[in-house]
Write a protein that binds this ligand. Structure first.
Ligand code: FAD
Length: 304
């Protein structure tokens, strides 16, 4: 363990406790900064030691290799905090990247605003939500992060560890289905979000109903990372996988959920290799049966 002024860096940390699939090997080094100063110190430390940097948000959309991650892994889930003001008829929120989506949901719910609905049931952090342009399939407004994001701030650094924060406006970034780019390289550290103050009095009831529907359709009682595959144009991955007869397909402790075919669940001490084997098999069989190449939404991290 290295104790710097603003952050501790632990050696040899098992990452399964930091991923929603509860799999993944050991990070050579792990830093969990609580502030941007702590993050800067961790980045400078990695540069000083010539190490690569890997970022984890809430860990709800990543498959971390069983061989772990070399270099420094930086987890942002403790870098939290938000401020809220109403200005010119809009609710304006500024938050650090590690602020959980559930915290954001609470803010919108408190003000009875519509973004609460798409945020309901979305796990992970705000930073991860923006990087993935997380959202829901239902045709509601808003339904993705792009619609509520005004700007993001990104920490960038040079090889000698000097860092600066660069701001991008929403319209300067390229957003598409489950992806946002144009902010890289760097680490997203803060975001500005907003929505008009158009009160939806019954929003709490609507959110509760949406949560019930999710719980009925998704295997939320088992570790997963939500939908594994991006929906190809004109298709839903879940239906393609189900039509290929793959529900329940199992490798080791990982299987295609019987409840929702686009979920792969860790039902019994799965390894990341088990999950990867299920992913590869599903891709192969769906290609053979329907001619569609499924692409993963999930991001692979570490040594594969
Ligand atoms: C039960 C369940 C249900 C889900 N349902 C949905 C859903 O309905 N819709 C949906 O879109 N997703 C869903 N997901 C997937 C996931 O929650 C989202 O993609 C989420 O936005 C990922 O956020 P995260 O903080 O966990 O990111 P992580 O999984 O930690 O990271 C995702 C990627 O972003 C990078 N990253 C994260 N934070 C930063 C940062 N601050 N700066 C730079 N890079 C960063 C990581 O390196 C990684 O490449 C679900 C997951 C689960 C487990």
């Amino acid at each position: 363990m290295s104790s710097l002024a603003a952050v501790d860096i632990e050696d040899g940390v098992r990452l399964s406790s930091y991923t929603s699939w509860q799999t993944g090997g050991v990070a050579d080094h792990l830093a969990l900064p609580k502030t941007i100063e702590g993050l800067r110190a961790a980045v400078a430390w990695a540069c000083e030691h010539g190490l690569s940097i890997t970022v984890l948000g809430g860990g709800t959309n990543v498959l971390v290799s069983d061989a772990g991650i070399r270099g420094l892994t930086i987890g942002l889930k403790h870098m939290t905090g938000s401020s809220v003001v109403v200005d010119d008829g809009r609710l304006i929120i500024e938050c650090l990247a590690g602020t959980s989506k559930s915290e954001l949901l609470k803010i919108f719910l408190k003000h009875k605003l519509q973004p609460a609905l798409f945020l309901a049931g979305l796990p992970g952090d705000v930073g991860g939500g923006i990087v993935m342009n997380a959202g829901v399939g239902e045709k509601i407004t808003p339904r993705e992060f792009v619609e509520i994001t005004d700007w993001v701030e990104v920490l960038r650094w040079t090889q000698n560890g000097d860092s600066e924060i660069v701001r991008f406006r929403c319209q300067d970034l390229q957003w598409r289905y489950r992806h946002c780019q144009g902010w890289e390289p760097g680490i997203l550290v803060r975001a500005g979000l907003s929505w008009p103050m158009q009160v939806v009095p019954e929003i709490l009831t609507i959110v509760r109903q949406a949560n019930l529907t999710r719980a009925q359709k998704q295997p939320l009682d088992m570790p997963s990372c939500g939908s594994v595959f991006i929906n190809p144009p004109g298709h839903t991955s879940g239906r393609l996988i189900e039509s290929a007869g793959l529900k329940g397909y199992t490798v080791g402790g990982a299987k295609v959920s019987e409840k929702h075919a686009n979920f792969i669940v860790n039902f019994s001490k799965a390894t990341s290799a088990d999950i990867d084997a299920v992913i590869k098999h599903v891709q192969k069989v769906v290609l053979e049966t329907s001619g569609v190449q499924l692409k993963t939404e999930v991001v692979y991290l570490g040594q594969w």
